[in-house]
Design a protein around this ligand. Structure first.
Ligand code: UDP
Length: 329
């Protein structure tokens, strides 16, 4: 446990995948955590009871609740968001409200009480800029706003712009973090994310659904590495007022990924190539390549990811098997 002054962190969306791992890490180093989560995609099971952990069920759209909780804490980490391409495509209105109005409410409360706030954004910010390792100042390339994916990208950009404006014009200590593909235990297969889905399919003996021709690439970071990056940024005064990519640079095509999942599980499942319009809806656009440039984060904090894709898959396969065994017991 570090000797630094212990603080109370409010984590919005703290019972979700990333938030619950961040909560564990903060508690382990001696800090206190208040989680605000409406349990829409987060799960109470993700949080283990702890004397320094308080869970509040509620929405970031509840201004009075957010005001009170921000007032009570020292630092805010805003993770609550409608996430996952599947959810975004299926429920665009809910996503826009949560992501724009919700963030505005949380940032305004942080400003009211002068609390440091870390806002999580997304690699979706870059849209379909598939040009290779993306630096934080890379261009955003978006299609029509009638394509919901670009509406989501725009909503998150509004969050970033708002945070930056509060920093520049009102002196609010803000940090913006763009999360790239993040995986690990507790990530549910229900919201479309590829690794939990493919692993679930492989262990259940179902065909693995690879969308498009599978040549699109992604880089997958372990959630423990992502949490490590968040903590380093939260602890570094020099991060204030800046934007950082967080993600792995270990690039893999989705077809290769599906083959790796089959190897890791020993599954006899085959691979089904599913056209995008069947997987999502007509007009859906995917990124052919998405790779972060994390030089800025590394230079400021010394962060490097510790887990490679093999380790990630081994762990996810083990957890999915354990959960399956527990559910059939
Ligand atoms: N994908 C896939 N099969 C699935 C789910 C996703 O082939 O069952 C693809 C998806 O089209 C994308 C990549 O895997 O090209 C990563 O998808 P995910 O939703 O995990 O994250 P994204 O990078 O799209 O935000």
């Amino acid at each position: 446990m570090s000797t630094a002054a212990k603080r109370t962190y409010l984590i919005t969306g703290g019972s979700g995948f990333v938030g619950s791992h961040l909560s564990d890490a903060l508690l382990a180093r001696g800090d206190s955590v208040v989680v605000l989560d409406n349990l829409s995609t987060g799960r109470l099971d993700n949080l283990r009871p702890h004397p320094r952990l308080r869970f509040v069920q509620g929405s970031v759209l509840d201004e009075l609740m957010v005001d009170e909780l921000v007032h009570q804490c020292d630092v805010v980490v805003h993770l609550a968001a409608a996430v996952g391409v599947k959810l975004i495509v299926e429920q665009p209105l809910r996503c826009l409200t949560t992501n724009i109005r919700g963030s505005e409410i949380v940032i305004e409360a942080a400003h009211r009480y002068r609390k440091k706030i870390l806002i999580t954004s997304t690699s979706e910010i870059y849209g379909k800029n598939s040009s290779g390792p993306l630096r934080e100042d890379a261009d955003r390339i978006l299609g029509s706003p009638s394509v919901v994916r670009w509406a989501y990208s725009t909503a998150k950009a509004v969050d970033e712009i708002l945070a930056n404006a509060y920093h520049r014009e009102r002196g609010l200590p803000t940090i913006v973090v763009r999360l790239f593909n993040t995986v690990g235990p507790r990530q549910s297969p229900s919201y479309g994310m590829v690794i939990p889905r493919l692993v679930q399919q492989a262990v259940s003996g179902e065909p693995l659904t690879v969308y498009g021709d599978g040549t699109q690439t992604r880089c997958f970071a372990h959630v423990a590495d992502v949490v490590d990056a968040l903590l380093r940024l939260l602890d570094d005064e020099a991060a204030i007022g800046q934007t950082f990519n967080v993600g792995s640079a270990d690039e893999v095509s989705i077809l290769e990924l599906a083959k790796l999942v089959i190897d890791h599980t020993g599954s006899t499942s085959g691979i089904d190539l599913v056209p995008y319009h069947e997987a999502y809806q007509r007009g859906f656009e995917d990124m052919t390549r998405r790779v972060p440039d994390t030089t800025k984060l590394r230079e400021l904090t010394g962060w490097v990811p510790r887990h490679n894709l093999d380790e990630i898959l081994t762990e996810v396969v083990r957890k999915v098997r354990e959960d399956l065994a527990a559910s059939t017991r």
